[in-house]
Design a protein around this ligand. Sequence first.
Ligand code: BGP
Length: 480
Amino acid sequence: MAMTNKLGFPESFLWGGALAANQCEGAYNEGGKGLTNIDLCPAGKNRFKVMFGNVESLKPVDGETYPSHEAIDFYHKFREDIALFGEMGFKCLRVSIAWARIFPNGEDETPNEEGLKFYDEMFDEMLKHGIEPVVTICHFDIPVALMENYGGWRSRKLVKFYERYTRTIFARYKNKVKYWMTFNEINMILHLPFVGGGIVFKEGENKTQIKYQAAHHQLVASALATKAAREIMPEAMIGCMLAAGVTYPYTCNPDDVQEALDKDRENYFFIDVQSRGEYPGYAKRFFRENSIDIIMEPGDEELLKENTVDYIAFSYYSSRCASTDPEILSKMSSGNVMATIKNPHLKASEWGWQIDPKGLRITCNTLHDRYQKPLFIVENGLGAVDKVEEDGSINDDYRIEYLREHVKEMKEAVLDGVELIGYTPWGCIDIVSASTGEMKKRYGFIYVDKDNEGNGTLERSKKKSFHWYKKTIATNGEEL
Ligand code: BGP
């Protein structure tokens, strides 16, 4: 094979940005859309309670505000926003389809034409600007009707409904969308089962058993979607999607090293199944030793084996540390959902997410070594508070710094031999934060005038990072 002289990102590299329907679209009850789990996650102090599944009613509660209901109104403003992405030179845009726009109750007889038409128009708009759509099939939002009727992904029934949903959207968009991902951050079902699986626990239930059974249902559903995609659109690329981030042993004590490996394997488990096609030995051991009994149907194992993914997509925000020493374990950094021990070598964001560009290179290499498949970094970025100056400018040098250092390490990974398809920084326009529900935790290159209380004109304006990213894309990552 001829060696290429060109070092750095391939010419076809997909620079872009990433969004999720529930965090940007708003219009939560327009166009025939059904209610979803995320539409029940309020802003403010009760958010975490609900996200962890402590809910009394599957209806919005009076007196609470729900950030997903309006979000940044991308539903009505997507043309304006996509034009701005086009101006930055985006090669791709990662969005998600809201299941409840297509099947408002998740299992309706016929799909909702208004919902299908909405995404047709959105994809057409992207293609008009030379932007390749990259689509997450399920980014956390699960129709509430499926939670009411079946208890969310704890039920095997959802596999069939999801399969029908995927067959519907594949048939409809097969000429517009090539890159698909079956579930956003599939491992999140272990950490936030209400968000990742639409699961509400009853008193005294064995949560671990339920979570892993639900994970099995999603893994089977993901394999069925992959199978359907191969039938309906043989040229498509189907990916899994992992909330990644390497775990370092806090010390060189072998106990810490084993602990770090175990922690990472909690996450790799999902990708081992989706990419290698079978439950790994360490997972079987964990199930055995924790009396977890995964109920499989005949044919499940073959299905998983025969329908592995084409590429590995992942989000990367920070790294974590592991230890078995109780004293070290007391040094926790907040880190919201995935709390971790503070790493003395790293700084952290205002929300306690530890900033570790080199960890991205390590993560890329680890995933490449492990799966030998193309990788797609579909989320990365810095959530920060932005200040609008008197003249309207927003000088987000901290964001530029964060992204620059991560892109440098991506380049190192490419030099290491990692096959990288693309890079879509998270929240390329300011959107609702998933974990906090806030607007003030911003990631965008484009500012949206809206505050935590919901006030603002929703007007869009370019931040300093907009111009930086435009140049980064134009030079294919050579000028940072
Ligand atoms: C990931 C999710 C996104 C997103 C991001 C940033 O876990 O896939 O939906 O929001 O994290 O998190 P946050 O918005 O909480 O800062």
